[in-house]
Design a protein around this ligand. Structure first.
Ligand SMILES: *Cc1c(COP(=O)(O)O)cnc(C)c1O
Length: 535
């Protein structure tokens, strides 16, 4: 720190603003006056389409065929196929009648003005098969034909036959496991970032807190806001330092940032001061992971630089291990030692480090010496083992399972193929069953032909390429004749991840097949469009 670079006692280093520096107070003022403050984002760039053009390109005419005219797709192999007559217009096979109609409307808006605002759920097909809006469709008794309240009662699991099941009692159990493992006096921070690793942030946060967790951690400001809006009032730590522009949100929603940058710290303190509130934060130390944080041997210098600010409140100091889940322990020991030395240096220089924390799930279970004042329990909270080394140490219970129901099935004759590419060929004597789950639901395409599903307690091979929204599996009728015969039926329950009778398929199985970690697999399912069901 340069000696002439001294704090002025209130507004910090505003006399010496670096190029492009914008204090939080500036940001707030600009926000209030409606002037954009998005320096870093693309939002300020004028759209080449002008201000009224929708970004999705909805005004761009599709390659629809004008009514009564054949398409100009000279090379279309379907062009010689018969055309379908519909609503007085001729459309090529494969052409959407609706698309053609829309294109016609756009070509002559006066003839058929589009409704100013598409109306909610009451779009119907008119008698000519043409899309129309009917806001006031009534049943003969005068009641609404489609009562929105009744429509809303159709469960998500009956809208699509695939879903994620989350067992909150398993999460409760895993919190107990963690608490039993904790050294005396250490607190438990439940890491609920990424929508609680796909398990649902608000539900998991509430469950973990009621089972004895004290603290919550998220990755982003919006994840923190989601917790507050879900009526979660425990302390929330954001495990990153968000952009300066988000500071008012941190203060308004009482979210503590991780801090490692002096400019951020001072802007945060200034903003808090201007609102008349405190600016609590956790200091992030880099002890070897080299992701975020103040270097472990520069922490005292950093604190001398920022600590003058009266609103800044150092609530905790933490680091993160790069190799807590690795068999080799030397790098872990080096990080742990650097962290302890940094904390000692802080204390020696007269700074109170607050809540000292370092351990993720793997370190919590493997290394009680680094529990300090708090541990950050993530993956293990959801019942997934952080690494092989922890299997013998903790009896965790997986909370997530993935289920589907059979939507179609057929006997596929010998040597016929299944799914895109037809790479799987039927050996005969198999029933191919279809389930509505695909890679857009986290059932990664890389698992194609490399995983099983469980039907009535029996493992069946997933076969053929996993599609975006569906996939197939094989029920071998010969081998099933040897044991209890499995006769698949449409509507039968299928387990893709979880236990059914004696059979079990784990996130670990899928993660190993995909050469990744369970975090990614669970988030893939849990953060997809699939419904989430709690039990
Ligand atoms: C995600 C995260 C954790 C939790 O890690 P797990 O391995 O899931 O327990 C802890 N600390 C930090 C800083 C993290 O980013």
């Amino acid at each position: 720190m340069a000696n002439n670079d001294l704090p002025n006692g209130f507004t910090g280093y505003s006399r010496k603003k670096p190029q492009g520096f914008q204090s939080a107070a500036d940001a707030i003022r600009r926000n209030a006056s409606g002037v954009g403050v998005s320096r870093a984002r693309g939002g300020a760039t004028p759209s080449p389409w002008g201000s009224s053009a929708p970004s999705g390109g909805a005004n761009v005419p599709r390659f629809a065929v004008p009514a009564g005219q054949k398409g100009g797709l000279g090379t279309n192999p379907l062009a010689s196929l018969p055309v379908i007559e519909s609503g007085g217009a001729l459309a090529n096979v494969g052409e959407s009648v609706i698309g053609a109609r829309e294109a016609t409307e756009q070509a002559s808006p006066a003839a058929a003005p589009a409704p100013a605002q598409p109306r909610s759920c009451k779009a119907v097909y008119g008698s000519r098969g043409i899309f129309a809006y009917a806001d006031d469709e009534l049943a003969p008794d005068g009641s609404p034909l489609f009562d929105p309240a009744k429509l809303a009662t159709i469960p998500e699991t009956d809208r699509r036959w695939s879903w994620v099941e989350v067992d909150l009692t398993a999460i409760r159990h895993n919190v107990m496991v963690a608490r039993r493992a904790l050294t005396k006096g250490a607190h438990l921070c439940a890491v609920v970032k990424a929508d609680a690793y796909g398990h649902g942030a608000v539900q998991c946060a509430k469950t973990a807190l009621s089972a004895g967790a004290d603290y919550l951690a998220v990755a982003t400001v919006d994840e923190g806001i989601q917790l507050r809006e879900g009526n979660v009032f425990a302390p929330v730590l954001v495990l990153s330092q968000p952009p300066l522009e988000s500071i008012p949100l941190l203060l308004a929603y009482k979210l503590m940032p991780s801090v490692y940058d002096a400019q951020f710290a001072i802007a945060y303190g200034e903003a808090a001061d201007s609102f008349g509130v405190d600016a609590p934060y956790h200091l992030a130390l880099n002890t070897g992971m080299n992701r975020i944080g103040v270097r472990h041997d520069e922490v005292v210098e950093f604190l001398r630089h920022v600590s003058f600010h009266r609103a800044l409140d150092l609530v905790g100091t933490f680091t993160h291990f790069a190799t807590a889940d690795c068999p080799e322990t030397l790098d872990f020991q080096i990080q742990a030692r650097r962290f302890v030395e940094a904390i000692q240096a802080m204390v020696d220089a007269g700074f109170d480090p607050g809540i000292v924390h370092a351990a993720n799930s793997a370190a919590t279970l493997r290394y009680p010496a680094v529990h300090f004042d708090m541990v950050r329990f993530g993956i293990a909270l959801y019942g997934l083992q952080p690494c092989d080394e922890t299997r013998a140490l903790a009896d965790l219970r997986p909370a997530m399972s993935v289920k589907a129901r059979i939507t179609d099935m057929r006997a596929v004759p010998m040597s016929e193929g299944v799914s895109y590419g037809l790479h799987y060929r039927s050996p005969g004597s198999v029933i191919i069953c279809t389930i509505p789950i695909g890679y857009a639901d986290g059932f990664r395409r890389g698992l194609s032909g490399r995983t099983d599903v469980i039907l009535k307690g029996r493992r069946c091979r997933q076969v053929g390429n996993i599609c975006m929204d569906q996939c197939m599996f094989e029920v071998d009728m010969r081998s099933s004749a040897m044991r209890t015969r499995v006769e698949p039926q449409i509507g039968d329950l299928v387990t893709l991840v979880g236990r059914e009778g004696e059979s079990i398929i784990t996130m670990d199985d899928l993660a190993r097949t995909l050469d990744t970690i369970t975090h990614e697999v669970a988030i893939g399912f849990g953060c997809s469009r699939m419904a989430r069901v709690y039990k």
